[in-house]
Ligand binder design. Structure first.
Ligand code: AMP
Ligand code: MG
Length: 493
């Protein structure tokens, strides 16, 4: 006789855990519990992340799901902690920071760390309240899943829970918690912390942990003087270079590239005042608090290098040899442009590096900037045009038609060497129709504030397959409305 399987609604969630970061010991964190939020409710969730975590179907209906992911109860076996790190903020050493509002629930046996962001105060909260508002939580949740669907390395987000608890920013808002996951949330700032405090044993322990878990090849790497820490620096530089190339190619501005927001795994983490470009404005500053434009779109690749330099300095007690450290960093200067050219060629449907392609790409970016062309719409229209031969909709985007015609002529020469159908196919799978523009996020936020989560769910569904046409959702692929430019996104979250 078949045994009756328990109803998925009646059993608490069961995750298998492993020690992971917690095994590093008490110098690296403080154990603590999340602070409960009153009357939690569901705002959104990602089925693909639930699957990644091996959660059962209907997991949201488990008796402890809502309370666990809003921080009132603990998942069975979880030993939560907040980690300590330091960092450079806006180019200035900021000293100790740490998980001021994110609490690590643990690492699953499959190697995913699970954090609750906005789960209450920790010893690292400084002046903060340990909370996150619904607005910024929706932005982080949506962007994590959108970036993943674009093929860009990122932390992921399982769900958002909300609460009527008031949180005070420029005005009173309400609290929310994002459950986010990544193989590791270790940042450059973790290394800076132990280095700056002269804690060499802990610095070494951390580096060994990261190498053994995520970069085992560094142990056998013979370049860089067979120094595994220099090899680590090199690997992180390579990953960061590729990440920057992907950000630049899709038009993503992070907004707060402080060293404490730089992932040691080369993931996009800590979504704050980010923005996808509307018009192509190379000097665009998405963060209202960034008065100097330190983190402007076109400065991101250089800032990443600056941040890698901070990581190199932090690793010096382990690398010891300055020349080795520089040799490990130096390849970034070619890795980034190489990766960027690779991305741009794909966007243009060009399968091979050819004479003249660098000028072609450079010329195009200048043309897009001079004409303030909508970046996403341009690439999508170009992708269709290559497929059907009708370039008029692309031409319409330019005020300077003659300059466009001249550029198209040189592009056509390179395109003539490609299989057009294949090029168009590649381009449609490279140039998304949908990105999380600020005004789209804003619409989802405004509806959610009124208790309607359907706008968020629809936007999420479309962003989960951004290369599909979704003919019922043309409006989500349209130019931004006039009011979009008045949205002010700051560090306040
Ligand atoms: P961020 O700019 O969001 O990456 O945060 C920088 C630092 O400030 C990190 O150490 C955060 O944990 C901390 N932080 C930001 N907001 C809050 C908050 N509301 N409460 C406590 N800590 C916070
Ligand atoms: Mg941060």
């Amino acid at each position: 006789m078949q045994s009756q399987s328990p109803s998925p609604h009646s059993e608490p969630l069961q995750l298998q855990w492993q020690a992971g970061f917690a095994a590093l010991g008490s110098a690296f964190y403080t154990q603590l519990r999340p602070t409960p939020l009153p009357s939690p409710y569901w705002v959104g969730h990602s089925e693909s992340v639930a699957q990644l975590l091996g959660l059962p179907e209907q997991w949201q209906h488990a008796p402890d799901a809502l309370t666990a992911f809003s921080g009132s109860t603990l998942l069975a076996g979880s030993e939560p902690l907040a980690s300590v790190y330091s960092g450079h903020q806006f180019g200035v050493w900021a000293g100790q920071l740490g998980d001021g509002r994110a609490i690590l629930l643990g690492e699953t046996a499959d190697g995913q760390e699970i954090q609750l962001k906005g789960a209450g105060r920790t010893p690292y909260s400084r002046m903060g309240d340990g909370r996150a508002v619904l607005r910024s939580s929706i932005r982080e949740f949506l962007c994590s899943e959108a970036m993943h669907a674009l093929g860009i390395p990122t932390s992921r987000a399982l769900c958002i829970t909300g609460s009527p608890a008031p949180v005070y920013r420029e005005e009173a808002e309400t609290a929310a918690v994002v459950t986010r996951i990544a193989p590791s949330f270790i940042r450059f700032g973790h290394f800076e912390h132990f280095s700056a405090n002269g804690m060499e044993a802990e610095l070494r322990q951390l580096a060994d942990y990261v190498i053994d878990r995520y970069y085992p090849g560094c142990r056998t790497e013979t370049r860089f003087g067979s120094n595994p820490y220099a090899a680590l620096l090199h690997e992180v530089s390579e990953r960061t270079a590729r990440l920057m190339a992907q950000w630049q190619a899709v038009g993503f501005c992070h907004g707060v590239m402080n060293t404490d927001n730089m992932s040691i795994l080369g993931l996009t983490v800590d979504y704050g005042p980010f923005q996808f470009l509307d018009a192509f404005v190379p000097g665009h500053i998405c963060n209202h608090s960034d008065t100097q434009g330190r983190y402007a779109y076109n400065r991101q690749p250089n800032i990443a290098y600056w941040n890698l330099f901070c990581l190199a300095q932090a690793l010096m007690p382990l690398i010891q040899d300055q020349e080795l450290a520089l040799a490990a960093l130096e390849p970034y200067k070619t890795a980034f442009p190489t990766a960027f050219m690779h991305e741009m060629r794909r966007k243009l449907g060009l399968t091979a590096a050819r004479e003249g392609d660098a000028e072609l790409i450079d010329g195009l970016l200048q043309l897009l900037a001079r004409n303030a062309v909508d970046y996403t719409i341009f690439w999508r229209r170009l992708s269709h045009a290559v497929g059907n031969g009708l370039f008029e909709p692309v031409r319409d985007l330019f005020a300077d038609r003659a300059a466009w015609d001249a550029w198209l002529l040189s592009y056509s020469e390179l395109l003539a060497l490609e299989d057009k159908a294949l090029a168009a196919k590649t381009m449609l799978n490279t140039n998304p129709k949908f990105v999380l523009r600020n005004h789209l996020g804003e619409q989802a936020i405004q509806a959610a504030k009124l208790g309607d989560y359907s706008v968020l769910a629809t936007l999420q569904r479309v962003l989960e397959s951004p290369f599909e046409e979704h003919p019922d959702h043309e409006a989500l692929a349209d130019f931004p409305p006039d009011w979009a430019s008045s949205i002010s996104i700051s560090c306040s979250s």
